[in-house]
Structures are given as structure tokens and as C-alpha cells.
Ligand binder design. Sequence first.
Ligand SMILES: Cc1cc2nc3c(=O)[nH]c(=O)nc-3n(C[C@H](O)[C@H](O)[C@H](O)COP(=O)(O)O)c2cc1C
Length: 185
Amino acid sequence: MLKVGIIVGSTRPGRVGEQVAKWVYEQAKGRTDAAFELVDIEEFHLPLLDEPVPPSLGQYSKEHTKAWAAKIAPLDAFVFVTPEYNHSTSGALKNAIDFIYKEWNNKAAGFVSYGSNGGSRAVESLRLIMAELQVADVRAQLLLYLTSDFESYRTFQPKPQHEQSLKNVLDQVIAWGNALKPLRG
Ligand SMILES: Cc1cc2nc3c(=O)[nH]c(=O)nc-3n(C[C@H](O)[C@H](O)[C@H](O)COP(=O)(O)O)c2cc1C
């Protein structure tokens, strides 16, 4: 069974990202075509990248890097739940992505973003990053708006139509995650 990680892309105290990621997980977990897991980067307490050797060479020296790599390695595909910070993704998510390399390769990814404008610019920046990591990012994406999908910008109350948009993301992530299996060996 394909394993899909739902990655919480914010570590900020008071973050809304955790609510969004839990909703994604609740929506996804009833599916029978993949297994889903919440992956909270906050739990890994990653410092700013402190590996002396570039991660693409695979010589991880720190325990926190090894723990993070061990979490990502068995997953086949990802849904990145990302906030928009200054027209990009969060520094915390970018840092967590940068820490490792081969654990991302030849896998599929989709995006759920949120912000004043749905977080679309965060997703665009992540798509550039995915190319370098050899991650196949799907077209479908779910944009959530701080003004209409959150009460007082804090409590997540998604519009009902987002369930279908999320399903579209998951359908594509699972299809591509399966298609790339031969490359993962
Ligand atoms: C440093 C920072 C920069 C932000 N920049 C943007 C932005 O460029 N565009 C936007 O729509 N929202 C922006 N926001 C608003 C965030 O999208 C909003 O606070 C959201 O709740 C952050 O996600 P989080 O609560 O999961 O951390 C910014 C928030 C922070 C903290």
C-alpha cells in the first residue's frame, strides 16, 4: 500500500497549520488506496541546517538528521501543508526539506496551502524546490483563504467544497506515487 505523509509546514507557536493538516488527515484516512500519516516537522526540532556535507551526498552526521531521514524514507508520496510567509513557504519547511535529499527522490507531492491569497505563492516556490529534489508535483492543489476558511483568522472552518478539491489532490498524488514505484526500486 502506498504510504503518504501529510507534512505540517509550520512550527510557529499558535500556528493554524496543525489544524489544517489534521483536517487533511481526517479527510484522507478513510481512503482504501493509500495509507496516510501526519508528519509534524516541529517534533524533530531541526536546527538551521548544520550538516557539514551537502545532503545530496547522503553523509548525514547528526542524530536529528538521521531521525528526520528515517521518517521520510519509507514514505512514497507527500501532501505538503504550507503557510505563505512573505510570498513563499515557511523557513521551517524549507529548512526541513533541505536537510535530506535522496529520501525525497522519485516520489510524488501535492500541496494544501493557506494565506490571505490562498497561499498560492508558497506553492509556486515549493514547485521549484520539488524539481531539484526529483519530486513529481501534481497539478491539483487546494488553496485555503484566511478570510473565508478560518474564523477570526485562527479557527479552521473550511468551506464544504474544499473536500472535493482535496480529493482531487489526493487522487493525483496517489496515481503518481504509484506510477513512480519502478524508479524507487
Ligand atoms: C512571517 C510571516 C509572513 C507572512 N507573509 C504572508 C504573505 O506573504 N502572504 C499571506 O497571504 N500571508 C502571510 N502571512 C500570514 C500567514 O499566512 C498566516 O499568519 C498563517 O496563519 C500562517 O500560518 P501558521 O499559522 O500555520 O504559521 C505571514 C505570516 C507570517 C508569520
